[in-house]
Every structure is written in structure tokens, then in C-alpha cells.
Design a protein around this ligand. Structure first.
Ligand code: SF4
Length: 241
């Protein structure tokens, strides 16, 4: 099967917190998150074949200045060969490989072994944030297995908490339970207020009118999220200051 990507950016300061990455966007996703702003690529639109020769040329130019090759999506584990190929090429070029996965696919359980660093969202409440509602069934079980495996692997992780206005805060104990699977020395927690237009073009604008933020949390909410994960490095994101 032809490997499809949305493109890549040889230097990025915003994709892994505190790190410089060479970021590659893969196509396709198994979820339908209503806030997703990469939803066109997630639906296999605006994609192009992965051109290995050009990728290698660009990576050789930036490899001395980056911390990771970071593969994000979409959901990269829908294309296992892409994950394995980028992991192999990165290592051959002396660069660590970082994988952003939603951790809800069966291949993810094995493909995380190919990464030196893994980033994932804690999408809670899962039926609503995955956009699958009643069809989200077994996927949460896979997510639990994936995060258990990651925690026992001891790999560094970025645990991302997407926060939907008027919804996520009620489930904070469930989010803490997932975060606490991880050694605080190995995990960075990034709390992300979901934002909608005009800052992003989400899949479901109507959903965002109810559940997205204008650019940052209220001061009370920002303080609330800063206090939820004592012992962990916590970054509360602001899209606008
Ligand atoms: S998992 Fe990520 S790429 Fe897939 S729909 Fe959700 S936000 Fe979009």
C-alpha cells in the first residue's frame, strides 16, 4: 500500500513541548474527534505519497538541530509501514523518533515499541471526544492496554489532556488515574483548552460553539488544571495571550 502523508516541516517548536522536532503528518484516522483541526488529513484528503528520497535529503539538512523526528496525524498507526520506516530512517540518521498516537488501534500496541518518545491524548469523556459516541466500545480498552504498556516501558511520554468547555472538568478523577500510571520523571502533562474558529477549523463547528474556548482558559480554570497533577511537569497551553 502506498504510504500517504499530509507533508512535513523540518523545524517545529510547537509539536513536542520543550523540544525541536522535524514533524511529519500522516493521513487517515480511526476516530472522528469533533474538535479535530487536521480532520481533512484524518479523512485521507489533501494527502500525497511519502517521498523517501526527498524526506532523507531534508532530514540530513536538519538532523544536527532537532531533538526528534515526530510523526503525528491523523493516526500514524493506520499505516504501520510508515511508522516503521520513519523510525528506522531516524535512527540511521542519529535522531530519536517520537510517535503521536491516539493509542486506540491494535497496531499501536506493537508500534509504540519503535518509538523513543510517545505523545498521546487522554480523551475523556471518550465517547464524546472521540466523536464515535455509542460506537466507541472496545477502543477505550485498547487505550488502557496501550497506556499500561507505555507506562511499564519507561519511555518518556507527553500526556496531552484536551479540555472541552463545560465537559472535561467533571471527569478529572478519570484523567488523573491515567496520568498516575506514569512515572513523574518520565511524563510531561500538557493541558490543552480546545479552541475553535477563527484559530482553528474544527471538524464540527456547532460542537465547538458549545465546548471550545476563545483561546485560553479563564484564570480559575487555568489554576484548576495547574493543580491537578502534583509531582508532574505540567504545561497549561494558551493559544492566545
Ligand atoms: S485522533 Fe487526532 S487526528 Fe484523529 S480525529 Fe482525533 S484529533 Fe483528529
Amino acid at each position: 500500500m502506498e504510504l500517504l502523508v499530509g507533508g512535513w516541516k523540518p523545524f517545529s517548536l510547537v509539536d513536542v513541548t520543550g523540544r525541536i522536532t522535524f514533524t511529519v503528518w500522516s493521513c487517515g484516522c480511526n476516530l472522528k474527534c469533533p474538535f479535530c483541526h487536521n480532520w481533512k488529513q484524518a479523512e485521507w484528503m489533501n494527502c500525497m505519497p511519502f517521498l523517501e528520497t526527498k524526506f532523507l535529503e531534508d532530514l540530513k539538512e536538519s538532523r544536527d538541530f532537532i531533538d526528534y523526528v515526530h510523526l503525528t496525524g491523523g493516526e500514524p498507526t493506520l499505516q504501520p509501514e510508515l511508522v516503521k520506516k520513519l523510525s528506522r530512517i531516524s535512527k540511521e540518521q542519529g535522531v530519536e523518533f517520537s510517535l503521536n498516537t491516539n493509542c486506540t488501534t491494535a497496531p499501536a500496541l506493537e508500534l509504540i515499541n519503535h518509538a523513543d518518545h510517545v505523545a498521546f491524548d487522554v480523551k475523556v469523556p471518550f465517547p464524546q471526544l472521540s466523536g464515535l459516541d455509542g460506537k466507541s466500545g472496545t477502543l477505550w480498552g485498547t487505550f488502557e492496554k496501550c497506556t499500561d504498556k507505555l507506562a511499564s516501558s519507561g519511555k518518556p511520554v507527553e500526556v496531552r489532556v484536551p479540555v472541552a468547555r463545560g465537559l472535561t472538568e467533571r471527569y478529572v478523577d478519570e484523567i488523573k488515574r491515567i496520568v498516575q500510571k506514569f512515572d513523574p520523571e518520565k511524563a510531561v502533562v500538557v493541558v490543552n483548552p480546545l479552541v475553535g474558529p477563527p484559530l482553528t477549523e474544527p471538524r464540527d463547528e456547532e460542537w465547538c460553539k458549545e465546548h471550545c474556548y476563545p483561546g485560553k482558559f479563564s484564570p480559575r480554570e487555568e489554576q484548576f488544571w495547574k493543580e491537578q497533577f502534583p509531582g508532574y511537569k505540567v504545561k497549561v497551553k494558551r493559544w492566545l495571550d
